[in-house]
Design a protein around this ligand. Structure first.
Ligand code: GLU
Length: 314
């Protein structure tokens, strides 16, 4: 795919949704409520290493749940996809991202590594002999995917840590049901920390491009994730990447994606590129409205939906 075609589609998507005002910032984490809701950016990183961006693509924001899709690669490399499926699950919950009911319905089984319960359980599975070592390995994985170190947004981290009662409840439920594999409070803390990594839209597209390439960073050329685990990670993203919006996203786009309540959305176009968009206002499922619309527009314009086949072109 040619870079100038991607750039053109990106410009059109940006112009089309630049003035969209719908939705509201996440407010249950106070630090996110105050982020400028006008911010809007789109980025793409192709497997040839071309980086294409528009809007506020150098602005840092909290990665939040998009981190779940990347930390998953570390636990999966440690345990293998089969074992991770047995220990956490790989199905859609059909409930919200922090649903306690979903846990209770399945006897404490998180079902997906991409909802809060499953992601906290997945953090506890990262092999390490101490919380510090686990954090070092997690940070290293994020750095390799991004091609540069990520800094924590301290304000987000402390805001989320101070308002963490719901996730704390989930963590202790996991413990009581046997799905917590390290110290409970340590796992909760490391989960909260990884959600507080500051990223730019460009960073996210870069990280997504590593999944598009089968686990290698297109710029550094480093094989970061075991290639054999990438299809399972993408399958988890298809099932639960946009929470209760995952089905409608799949209807529209047919591609794996992951959102975060910080306003970011990534989308992986296997064999082609990583895409990311950012805008803070969310819908009721916790997905950025403008980011989602912009990516959907680009995917349609560039005919990237793999579920759409056009017999005349075959
Ligand atoms: N850190 C957020 C939480 O645990 C992540 C949720 C999200 O981005 O969907 O609630």
């Amino acid at each position: 795919m040619k870079s100038h075609d991607i750039e053109h589609a990106m410009k059109l998507a940006y112009q089309q949704y630049k003035h969209n005002q719908s939705g509201a910032n996440a407010s249950y984490i106070p630090a996110l409520a105050g982020v400028d809701s006008e911010l809007f950016a789109i980025a793409a990183v192709t497997l040839e290493g071309d980086v294409i961006t528009i809007g506020d693509a150098q602005r840092h924001f909290a990665i939040e749940s998009i981190s779940k899709a990347f930390n998953l690669s570390l636990a999966m490399d440690d345990w293998g996809a089969k074992e991770l499926r047995a220990k956490v699950g790989s199905e859609a919950t059909g409930e919200g991202f922090n649903s306690v009911m979903a846990l209770e319905l399945h006897k404490g089984r998180p079902m997906s590594p991409l909802v809060n319960a499953g992601a906290i359980s997945t953090v506890s599975l990262v092999k390490a002999s101490s919380a510090d070592e686990r954090w070092d390995r997690m940070s290293q994985r994020f750095e390799s995917l991004c091609g540069q170190p990520l800094a924590l947004m301290e304000e987000v981290y402390s805001s989320e840590s101070d308002n963490n009662e719901h996730n704390r409840g989930i963590s202790w439920l996991l413990k009581s049901y046997g799905y917590m594999y390290s110290d409970t409070e340590d796992a909760l803390d490391l989960y909260t920390r990884m959600c507080s990594f500051g990223v730019t839209t460009r960073d996210l597209a870069m990280m997504a491009s590593c999944y598009a390439s089968g686990g290698a960073n297109p710029l550094t050329r480093q094989q970061v994730v075991h290639a054999s685990n990438v299809p399972e990670i993408l399958a988890d993203m298809v099932m639960e990447g946009l929470y209760t919006g995952s089905g409608s996203w799949l209807y529209d786009n047919g591609l794996p994606a992951k959102s975060g309540v910080g306003g970011g959305v990534i989308c992986v176009v296997p064999g082609v590129m990583g895409l990311a968009a950012f805008s803070p206002k969310l819908d009721s499922s916790g997905n950025s409205i403008r980011a989602r619309l912009a990516l959907t527009e680009m995917i349609a314009h560039l005919r990237l939906n793999p579920l759409v086949t056009r017999w005349k072109e075959l």
